[in-house]
Write a protein that binds this ligand. Structure first.
Ligand code: COI
Length: 357
């Protein structure tokens, strides 16, 4: 599909980044965006790169009432030789369409998804930051824009991509976060939408997150929705627990997100000499194992969160400290290797990195 490039008027050009070390996450957006439309009977049409601008939408659009919406998150990095590298974009394209299928939305052709992002980022490459720990975060999104109040799949969608130069997701940067195991609210149930990257999953996590924040935690760790016993994920991250030289994470059983970084950690860790295991993790056994010193580190993984060390983990009335509040050795090794591959400092033997063609 041909993507039209509309002119960017001079007065729509934004000021460039002033200080790359103070970007934060998702607060600043670049000059242009990609948009394409899908209509029942017509398929995809009108793909264009245009100036970044607000939408004018009918207040009856299905997305506003019944949350028919999906999104993705991936990153681009500017290497020292000036090339722009993407990390496993085909995984995001595939997961986007899995989410689309679950939410009864139109599938986006992989070519439109990947080539569209490449073309947009090529035009916006001056916005890719280069300071340590920064990148260009790419947010592909699809929303249902048919204006109708009956509950049904939309017959009109916008697929769009916006770009945001970012630093660390957590304000503390690459430092251990404090996590509360949530024993009241649940994020997902078997047969629900937990595996889909859809806005509703994040909206329904807000109450627990807010209550945890008031108690001084950065995030909540969800338990399974049936027994409230097995570790699932932390909304913005999959979770890993380090048992000596073995790294354990929850299996993909339909209610957690199939993380690209999760998959990368599972493939990378054995090459660094660690064993990996995907298994159900009972929260009571986990706490026994932390108390007994068998669990030596914990960390989360995600595109935004990269690899985030966990320093304090609390469940009901008990708080346990891991790695004395420091970054664990294995967590650091995985972080350095993964970000090294993404930024071209370490050779990519996996074929994960893609450049703009
Ligand atoms: C990502 O890691 O890309 C996500 O979409 C998580 C989001 C909560 C920032």
């Amino acid at each position: 599909m041909d993507i039209k490039v509309l002119p960017l008027p001079v007065d729509m050009k934004k000021d460039k980044i002033k200080d790359e070390t103070r970007l934060g996450f998702g607060k600043l957006f670049t000059d242009r965006m990609l948009i394409a439309e899908w209509k029942a009977g017509n398929g995809w049409c009108d793909a264009r790169i245009q100036p970044y601008a607000p939408f004018v939408l009918d207040p009856a659009c299905l997305v506003f009432h019944y949350a028919q919406e999906i999104f993705e998150g991936l990153k681009a990095y500017k290497w020292d030789d000036g090339r722009i590298a993407f990390f496993r974009p085909e995984m995001n394209a595939r997961r986007f369409n899995q989410s689309a299928e679950r939410m009864c939305m139109a599938e986006v052709p992989e070519e439109l998804f990947i080539k569209g992002i490449e073309q947009l980022v090529a035009l916006e490459q001056d916005w890719v930051p280069t300071a340590a720990g920064t990148s260009l975060y790419i947010r592909p999104t699809m929303i249902a824009v048919e204006p109708v109040l009956g509950v049904k799949p939309s017959e009109h969608y916008y697929f769009y991509v916006i770009l945001s130069p970012v630093g660390a997701y957590y304000a503390a940067g690459f430092n251990p976060v404090s996590i509360l195991v949530e024993d009241h609210y649940v994020r997902a149930v078997p047969g629900g939408t937990g595996e889909a990257k859809t806005g509703g999953n994040y909206a329904s996590s807000l109450k627990a997150g807010l209550e945890a924040k008031k108690k001084g935690f950065d995030q909540v760790l969800w338990l399974d929705g049936r027994e409230r016993r097995y570790i699932e994920e932390v909304g913005a991250m999959n979770m890993f627990f380090v048992y000596g030289e073995k790294i354990v994470t929850a299996p993909l059983d339909g209610s957690i997100l199939s993380g690209v970084t999760r998959d990368s950690v599972l493939k990378l860790a054995p090459t660094l000499g660690y064993q990996v295991e995907e298994r159900k993790i009972d929260v009571n056994e986990l706490f026994d194992d932390i108390r007994a010193g068998k669990v030596t580190e914990a960390f989360g993984s995600g595109t935004a969160a990269v690899i985030t060390p966990v320093g304090r983990l609390c469940y009901k009335d008990e708080c346990l400290q891991l790695t004395e509040g420091k970054v664990g050795k294995i967590t650091q090794n995985l972080y350095d290797t993964l970000t090294g591959i993404q930024t071209g400092k370490i050779v990519d033997t996996f074929g994960w990195v893609k450049f703009i063609e």
